[in-house]
Write a protein that binds this ligand. Structure first.
Ligand code: PLP
Length: 400
């Protein structure tokens, strides 16, 4: 794509936070506007010689110049070679499974994002996929599953939603590659600020851009990123993914693409503060009489802490779960008494959210009933702790 209208490449290699803050330096040389223009065309005119002046023909085929910026920035933050923007995280994740050949065997976590588990259950077998679920935090179980039969793809998420189990990504990559399988990682929760799965051997990274990348609870978006070094298998699946997006159309609108990049500009300071606050909240409730257990990989007592500390940098992200003591209804009542935490699903925004996953997920749920999932935002840690304290107290009183 010819993007000279909106982009003058930097002549230096800058660090990720610099690339995020300035959106890789995209702006409009024609007007001087610091943020790049939003290009709303769905179709693009040809010149008198029937040439497309900027190499653009149709939005579903090539996207807009805004796509190139978003894809280049996220690929850069992850240390990847290319990225593809999608209409949602689920569109990005399911694209990977949809372009595998019929009959492909995939090894996926028992605990991962609920929507992907549900899609694999509903549509996997129908498409001829053999879906093998394993406890991804147990490398022996992963190896046994992968070695049992030819496997096309191993998928991991760490820390894994909603229980924050930690997976040894380097260990999984080795198992996958030894067996000739591709290794895909959902890096939505750690973000490139705290984890760099390509350094640990991932072939593909997936993001729900809806969450921390955008960070402001006003966009649904997704991305796939391709590993830096080329291999035949990586090139082959990437070509299928490009074709899949072009021909099935899970594309993001130009306005949402702009908002996504605007959110990414503050990703680094947001993540640092969010992770520090999450740690403070986790520490406060780690030895609390009304809390049975806090699931947060940042706590030294967490079963995943050692691996998380090895493969994450600068913090452990903003997601944690409280297991409330007493009858399980007490956790739901605690959510109901929150005044500052917003009772809503999703995660990764500037506002803190609380969710009783079991109630939200319904009868298929594998979430523990006593569990409250917290997405920590940018509020004062003291206000967040005080809100949970008063909610817990009211929930206990109601039980008496
Ligand atoms: C939200 C989420 C997804 C799905 O993304 P959408 O943008 O909602 O489609 C996938 N993985 C994780 C870890 C998520 O939090």
């Amino acid at each position: 794509m010819n993007t000279s209208d909106t982009y003058t490449p930097w002549t230096q290699e800058y660090r990720p936070e610099t690339r995020a803050a300035q959106g890789d330096g995209w702006r409009s040389p024609t007007t001087g506007a610091v943020p790049p223009p939003i290009s709303l065309g769905a179709t693009y005119a040809r010149d008198a010689d029937y040439r497309a002046p900027a190499g653009l023909a149709y939005l579903r085929d090539q996207g807009t110049p805004g796509y190139e910026q978003a894809e280049q920035v996220v690929a850069g933050l992850e240390g990847g070679s290319d990225a593809l923007l999608f209409s949602s995280g689920m569109a990005a994740a399911t694209a990977v499974f949809q372009v595998l050949p019929a009959g492909a065997r995939v090894v996926v976590p028992q605990t991962m994002y609920f929507g992907l588990t549900k899609w694999l259950r509903e549509f996997g077998p129908q498409r001829g996929l053999e879906v093998v679920q394993v406890p991804m935090n147990d490398l022996d179980a992963v190896a046994a599953a992968v070695d049992a039969a030819p496997t096309a793809l191993v998928w991991a998420e760490s820390p894994a939603n909603p229980t924050w189990l930690v997976t040894d990504l380097a260990g999984c990559a080795e198992i996958a590659h030894r067996a000739g399988a591709l290794f895909g990682v959902d890096n939505t929760v750690p973000t490139p600020v705290h984890a760099r799965p390509f350094d640990l051997g991932a072939d593909l990274i997936m993001h729900s851009g809806t969450k921390y990348l955008n960070g402001h609870t006003d966009v649904v978006a997704g991305l796939l990123v391709k590993a830096p070094q080329r291999t035949e298998a990586r090139d082959a699946i990437w070509e299928r993914l490009q074709l899949h997006r072009r021909l099935t159309g899970p594309i993001l609108g130009p306005l949402e693409t702009y908002l996504l990049v605007r959110g990414i500009r503050t990703l680094y300071p947001r993540m640092r503060q969010i992770s520090a606050t999450a740690m403070a909240v986790a520490e406060h409730f780690a030895a609390h009489p009304l809390i049975r257990r806090v699931a947060y990989p940042g706590l030294p007592t967490d079963p995943g802490h050692e691996i998380a500390a090895r493969q994450m940098t600068g913090g452990f992200s903003g997601m944690l779960s409280l297991h409330v003591d007493g009858p399980w209804q007490q956790s739901l009542r605690t959510a109901n008494h929150c005044e500052l935490f917003i009772r809503a699903t999703s995660l990764g925004g500037v506002e803190s959210l609380v969710e009783h996953r079991y109630t939200f997920e319904g009868p298929d749920s594998t979430s523990p009933k006593d569990m409250l999932r917290l997405s920590i935002g940018l509020e004062s840690p003291a206000d967040l702790v005080a809100d949970l304290e008063q909610a817990l107290e009211k929930a206990v009183k109601e039980d008496r």
